[in-house]
Design a protein around this ligand. Structure first.
Ligand code: BES
Ligand code: MN
Ligand code: ZN
Length: 492
């Protein structure tokens, strides 16, 4: 069996006292105004004003994202200094997160023993956990099958000036992002419905998250004909994964629902190669649900949450579902198939129906649902659609706090017309390509009953073509932070 490199896990802790601490690399901050963080100030003094000299000569600018690695002349204390440019505006949580991940990516070119990160003093305390989450998240990369690791993770990372509680929260969130990214980055021969369910079962063994897997027999018994239809063309049978975290007493649960198409060939409406190459990412919604549950359980939040992943592989065979087919979904509503490549909404039809049977007080679904959403908003912004503005505002505010980009698209009634079918209750595409992200959401709305619901189309931001200093290409783990924050805000 093909095996990827293990998930990196550097030793992590906080550091109460920095003076006299020897380490391989000391990480400090510098603003564009040239103000030295207090640890950098101390280094400057010990080196007879060396740092101030570099700053006044314009050799270090402190521009946001600038990384300067220096060998220190002193023969005690840290051997190398990494100066992180912080820019000139007030720091936000997103820059705290990005600084964290940039550091490990910059230092990953060779083995490092102990790295001391003294960036706490550069950010308000409320952002300290984001630095730690960034560091962790930056440790996992796209190249999980290269014989020589492209990124070498430090053995030990010590956070100076960050309280232990913040280190623990950051670690929980960072590790959750890694779990999500890993599931997405694994190739489709490794992650398919059955193995996705097995991996998640193993992940949550011995934790407060209870896992239930519906296999093909159970899907038949439950009437999940839409999930079964999408999976019919594959030799890998579909699954439904149900995660339960009950730590909120008698309150109604929050529901998180994810599209888990482990590979999307388009089915009989086959994609061209260029559109198919990244389609292992089509289970990113489901992987995000897993990451969020992982995080809230690690943090021990006081809430009830159920996570549902609709898992299927969209393939071509004599058993594939067909154009013109009519599927009676689990809810009883009938769908006419006009394009087998609009499979995500078909899988979600049944998955959402199972979710609302659990009577959630609010529900958020995540899906790499439409190319149209990328046309509308680009590759960095998630589309958000809702039937409940109050809930939508809550999710928006959690995302804004975390610095993840989401933008609401309208759900005007006129779009309802566009998914009506001449044969069945609805059809699985709109009229032509216009407004494709919205018609997809309108389709989903048919399966959410009167539960307050937000739909996040993450087709753009879930998977990146090109790397940035703060993250690798490939899976991004987008919305894990925002949704953990949203659940936390709803907790007791
Ligand atoms: N998984 C795709 C959407 C997608 C495209 C995600 C690019 C990530 C990157 C989805 O199943 C799909 O194929 N959607 C079609 C819908 C159309 C047939 C109505 C699309 O967007 O073209
Ligand atoms: Mn598709
Ligand atoms: Zn798809």
């Amino acid at each position: 069996m093909l095996d990827s490199n293990p998930i990196p896990s550097p030793e992590i802790s906080n550091l109460a006292e920095i003076s006299g601490q020897s380490c391989d690399v000391l990480v400090v901050g510098l603003t564009q105004e040239g103000s030295l963080s207090s640890t950098l100030q101390a280094v400057n003094q010990e080196t007879g004003g060396w740092i101030e000299g570099l700053v006044s000569n314009g050799e270090i600018l402190g521009k946001k994202g600038e990384l300067t690695l220096l060998a220190l002349p002193a023969d005690s204390g840290p051997r190398m200094l990494l100066v992180v440019g912080l820019g000139s505006c007030d720091p936000d949580r997103q820059s705290a997160f990005e600084s964290g991940s940039m550091i490990v990516r910059r230092l990953g070119d060779r083995p490092r023993g102990t790295v001391v990160v003294a960036l706490g003093e550069c950010f308000p305390e409320s952002f300290h956990d984001a630095i730690v989450a960034g560091v962790l998240s930056g440790c996992d990369q796209q190249a999980i099958y290269q014989s020589e690791p492209a990124l070498i993770i430090p053995e030990r990372i010590l956070f100076f000036g960050i309280a232990d509680g913040k280190v623990q929260r950051g670690r929980a969130v960072g590790e959750s992002i890694i779990q999500t990214k890993r599931l997405v980055n694994e190739p489709p021969a490794v992650v398919y419905p059955e193995s996705f369910a097995e991996k998640v079962t193993a992940l949550f063994e011995g934790t407060a998250v209870k896992v239930e897997v519906w296999d093909e027999q159970r899907l038949i018994a439950e009437g999940c004909r839409a999930i079964l239809a999408v999976g019919a063309g594959s030799s890998k049978s579909p699954r439904l994964l149900m995660l339960r975290y009950d730590a909120g007493g008698s309150e109604k649960p929050l529901a998180l629902v994810g599209k888990g198409v482990t590979f999307d060939s388009g089915g009989l409406s086959l994609k061209p190669s260029a559109g198919m190459i990244d389609m292992k990412c089509d289970m990113a919604g489901a992987a995000t649900v897993v990451g969020v549950l992982h995080g809230i359980a690690k943090m021990g939040l006081k809430c009830n949450v159920i996570g549902l992943c609709g898992l299927a592989e969209n393939m071509v065979s004599g058993d594939s579902y067909k154009l013109g087919d009519v599927i009676e979904t689990r809810s009883g509503k009938t769908i006419e198939i006009h394009n087998t490549d609009a499979e995500g909404r078909v899988v979600l039809a049944d998955t959402l129906d199972v979710a609302i049977q659990n009577e959630p007080r609010a529900m958020v679904d995540l899906a790499t649902l439409t190319g149209a959403c990328m046309v509308a908003l680009g590759t960095d912004v998630a589309g958000m659609m809702t039937n409940d503005q109050t809930l939508c505002d809550e999710v928006q505010s959690a995302a804004t706090d975390e610095g993840e980009l989401v933008w609401q698209l309208p759900m005007f009634d006129l779009f309802d017309e566009k998914v009506k079918s001449k044969v069945a209750d609805i059809k699985n595409v709109g009229e032509g390509r216009w407004g494709g992200a919205i018609t997809a959401a309108k389709f989903l709305e048919n399966f959410v009953g009167d539960v307050p619901w937000v739909h996040l189309d993450i087709a753009g931001p879930a998977f990146a073509d090109t790397p940035k200093p703060s993250r690798d290409a490939g899976a991004t783990g987008v919305m894990v932070r925002s949704l953990i924050r949203w659940v936390e805000n709803q907790s007791l």
